[in-house]
Write a protein that binds this ligand. Structure first.
Ligand SMILES: CCCCCCCCCCCC[C@H](C)C(=O)SCCNC(=O)CCNC(=O)[C@H](O)C(C)(C)COP(=O)(O)OP(=O)(O)OC[C@H]1O[C@@H](n2cnc3c(N)ncnc32)[C@H](O)[C@@H]1OP(=O)(O)O
Length: 382
C-alpha cells in the first residue's frame, strides 16, 4: 500500500483527527492511537486498522514514553486545544528536536494563532467563521449546516491527511520533518474556493438559496416521488436539460426558458407535480441510461445494492457486518486495503506496540504496575 512503513502516533480526538488517522491506516500506514487510561470506551468510530495504546499523559513517565514513541515515528497527529501539547512538554519544539524528521500534524478548529485559537468549538462554529455557512440553506430560511461534513471532515481530517502526505513527500527530498497547522476554518474555506472564485461569473449574485447551485434553480434540486422518496436533478447544460424535459414528458415550447430566473418558481411547481406522479423506481427506470443528470436519492439501506455501487464494490462490510464506504480514491497498483477486523478497544495493543518500539518486558510491566499505561483485553468490547 502507498503508505506502508509510515508510523503514525494519533492522539485520540473526537471526529476529524480520527478520520485523518483512518485515511492513513486505510492506505497502509501503521497508526497507533494513544488513548487515555481508565476510559471504558473509545469515542473513535473511525478506528479502522488502528492499534490502541493507553497512556496516562498526566504522569511524567507517560509523557516520557510518548516522546520515545515519537522519536521512532514518522508522524504525530494531535487534536487538542492550542497549548495543550506544550503544557505537557510534547510541543513541536521538543519533539522535533528529538526527531528532526518528525511530521507534527496539528488539527484544530481555529488554527494555532488568532484570537479564537484557544476557544472551544465544533464543526458548525468553524463553518460559520469560514463564511461558508452563510451560503448554505434554502431561500428565506436560516443557515443550515450539512451534517458535520464540511469543517470536521473535508476541511479538517481530509485536509490534514493531505498535509501529512505532502510533508512526507517533501521529506524524501529534504530529509526534514515540519509542523502542519490545520485549521478547520481555513480548510473548509479552501474547500469552498469555487464559491469564492466563481463569484466573478455571477454564480452567487442572488441571496442564499436563490442561485443556480444552491437550490434556487428548479433544474438543480431534489423532488419527492409518489412513494415518499426523492430524485436528484442536476440538469444544468441545455443538452442535458432537454433530456430532463423528455423524461418528464414536458414540451419545452410550453414552458418558460430554462435560465429565466423569474420563472424558476413556476418551473419548480411543474417539475414538483411531475415527479410526484411516479415512484422513485419508475423514475430511475426512465432516467437511467440517459444524460438527463437525474438519479435516485439513495438511503444508506439502498446504497450498496445499487447496481453501480455494487459493480464497483464501493461499500465494504467489516467482520461484524457493519457497512461503510470503501477508501477513496482507488490507486491502480497500490490500492487501499481497509482492515475488516473490528475496531480496537482502548489499550488493546499496549504491550504489543511497546514491544515493537523496543521496550523490554520488565519496563512494560513496571509501567503497567505504575498505571502509566494500561492494557485491556478484547472481551472489554462486550
Ligand atoms: C453526552 C455527550 C456524549 C458525547 C459523545 C460524542 C460522540 C461523538 C460526536 C462527535 C461530534 C463531532 C463534533 C461535531 C465536532 O465538531 S468534533 C471537532 C471538535 N473540535 C476540535 O477537535 C478542535 C480542536 N480541539 C479542541 O478545540 C478541544 O480539544 C475541544 C474539542 C474543544 C475539547 O476541549 P477539551 O475537552 O477542553 O480538551 P482540550 O482542551 O483539547 O484538552 C484535552 C485534555 O485532555 C488531556 N489528555 C489528552 N490525552 C490524554 C491522555 N492520554 N491522558 C491524560 N490526559 C490526556 C490533555 O492533557 C488536556 O488536559 P488539560 O490541558 O485540559 O488539563
Amino acid at each position: 500500500m502507498a503508505l506502508a512503513g509510515v508510523r503514525v502516533i494519533e492522539l485520540a480526538g473526537l471526529a476529524p483527527a480520527p478520520f485523518c488517522g483512518m485515511i492513513l491506516a486505510d492506505f497502509g500506514a501503521k497508526v497507533i492511537r494513544v488513548d487515555r487510561t481508565k476510559f471504558a470506551t473509545a469515542v473513535d468510530t473511525q478506528a479502522r486498522g488502528k492499534q490502541s495504546v493507553a497512556i496516562n499523559l498526566k504522569s511524567t513517565e507517560g509523557v516520557a514514553l510518548l516522546r520515545k514513541l515519537c522519536v521512532q515515528s514518522d508522524v504525530v497527529l494531535e487534536p487538542y486545544r492550542k497549548g495543550v501539547m506544550e503544557k505537557l512538554g510534547l510541543g513541536p519544539k521538543e519533539l522535533l528536536k528529538e526527531n528532526p524528521c518528525l511530521i507534527y500534524a496539528r488539527l484544530t478548529g481555529y488554527g494555532q494563532s488568532g484570537p479564537y485559537a484557544t476557544a472551544a468549538g465544533h464543526d458548525i462554529n468553524y463553518l460559520a467563521i469560514s463564511g461558508l455557512l452563510s451560503r448554505l440553506g434554502r431561500s428565506g430560511e436560516k443557515p443550515y449546516a450539512p451534517l458535520n461534513l464540511l469543517a470536521d471532515f473535508a476541511g479538517g481530517g481530509l485536509t490534514c491527511a493531505l498535509g501529512i502526505v505532502l510533508a512526507l513527500l517533501e521529506r524524501t527530498r529534504s530529509g526534514k520533518g515540519q509542523v502542519i497547522d490545520t485549521s478547520m476554518v481555513e480548510g473548509a474555506a479552501y474547500v469552498g474556493s469555487f464559491i469564492w472564485k466563481s463569484r466573478r461569473i455571477g454564480l452567487w449574485d442572488h441571496p442564499k438559496g436563490e442561485n443556480m447551485l444552491d437550490s434556487g434553480a428548479p433544474f438543480y434540486d431534489t423532488y419527492q416521488t409518489s412513494d415518499g422518496k426523492y430524485m436528484a436533478v442536476g440538469a444544468i447544460e441545455p443538452q442535458f436539460y432537454r433530456q430532463l424535459l423528455k423524461g418528464l414528458e414536458l414540451d419545452d415550447k410550453e414552458l418558460p426558458e430554462q435560465m429565466s430566473v423569474s420563472d424558476w418558481p413556476e418551473l419548480r411547481r411543474i417539475f414538483t407535480k411531475c415527479f410526484a406522479s411516479k415512484t422513485q423506481e419508475d423514475w430511475s427506470r426512465i432516467f437511467d441510461g440517459t444524460d438527463a443528470c437525474v438519479t435516485p436519492v439513495l438511503s444508506f439501506e439502498q446504497v450498496s445494492s445499487h447496481p453501480h455501487n455494487q459493480e464497483r464494490a464501493s461499500f465494504i462490510k467489516d467482520s461484524s457486518g457493519e457497512e461503510s464506504p470503501r477508501p477513496a480514491p482507488v490507486l491502480s497498483r497500490t490500492p487501499a486495503e481497509p482492515c475488516l477486523a473490528s475496531d480496537p478497544v482502548i489499550g488493546e495493543h499496549t504491550v504489543e506496540v511497546l514491544e515493537e518500539y523496543g521496550f523490554t518486558s520488565a519496563e512494560i510491566n513496571q509501567m503497567l504496575a505504575a498505571g502509566v499505561v494500561e492494557c485491556n483485553a478484547v472481551k472489554a468490547k462486550l
